[in-house]
Design a protein around this ligand. Structure first.
Ligand code: DC
Length: 237
């Protein structure tokens, strides 16, 4: 036995939309006292600005310039009691909930497909990841942003369960919504996210696949913590 502890310093969580990555990632980060970084907010921030400024979702150069010049800051949710996981400042403006509208949902996959946008945002994500003690959540964290992450999880759930979760989230926030529309939107985002040419959604070869269908957030978090613990014990024996 050695006494050396092999704690995972960088944890990547990837998976399709509404698989529970954010709620699980946040809870896991809190339990480990790590930074929680939901990289989807960066693509959402650029999408929000493009919608506000009337920039086409096809205009790679204009979107790339936005990604290269916008300051996106993610802070703890301190001071708010509205269910937010974090506060997102886009060029100093609190845009946390504006990033979650159906309009942003419907357009973000187009923005995220542009290589120039991805290059700019990936560079920022990597800088944050390299500091360690981070749970980073997205689509390409284990494959592109942090291919050397200590532990990689790939969270999945059936399309219907993901649509149900997203529906319940929106209802809980008092937004009017339609289950069939959410289902169709998720199906389309899955298609766009996994078929784009650059950094498509896919499971890294060394990622642990976790099917969360039928599991609560807390059950998933306990399961992941158990896997992390088991890994530590193996590495210190
Ligand atoms: O996780 P989310 O729903 O907030 O992500 C929004 C969009 O951003 C998603 O449709 C794909 C894209 N995304 C990405 O391409 N790469 C990431 N690392 C995170 C999100």
């Amino acid at each position: 036995m050695t006494t050396e502890h092999k704690k995972a310093k960088t944890i990547a969580i990837d998976g399709p939309a509404a698989a529970g990555k954010s709620s699980v990632g946040l809870a896991l980060a809190q339990r480990l006292a790590y930074l929680f970084f939901d990289t989807g907010v960066m693509y959402r921030a650029i999408t929000l600005l493009a919608l506000e400024q009337g920039i086409s979702m096809e205009d790679e150069d204009a979107l790339g310039i936005l990604a290269e010049t916008t300051t996106i800051d993610v802070q703890p949710p301190t001071g708010y009691n509205d269910g937010r996981y974090y506060t997102v400042l886009v060029d100093s403006r609190d845009s946390t909930w504006a990033l979650r509208t159906p309009e942003v949902d419907a357009n973000v996959s187009y923005v995220a497909a542009h290589p120039r946008v991805r290059l700019a945002l990936t560079a920022q994500q990597r800088r944050i990841g390299q500091r360690g003690r981070v749970v980073m959540v997205g689509r390409d964290i284990g494959t592109v942003v942090m291919p050397d992450a200590d532990v990689k999880f790939y969270l999945d759930a059936s399309l219907e369960e993901r649509a149900r979760r997203r529906y319940n989230e929106l209802v809980a926030r008092g937004q009017s919504t339609d289950y069939e529309a959410i289902l169709a939107d998720l199906r389309e985002r899955d298609r766009l996210d996994s078929t784009r040419a650059m950094a498509p959604l896919r499971r890294a070869a060394d990622a642990i696949y976790v099917d969360t269908t039928g599991l609560s957030r807390d059950e998933v978090v306990e399961y992941l913590l158990g896997l992390l613990q088991a890994r530590e014990e193996v590495s210190s024996s």
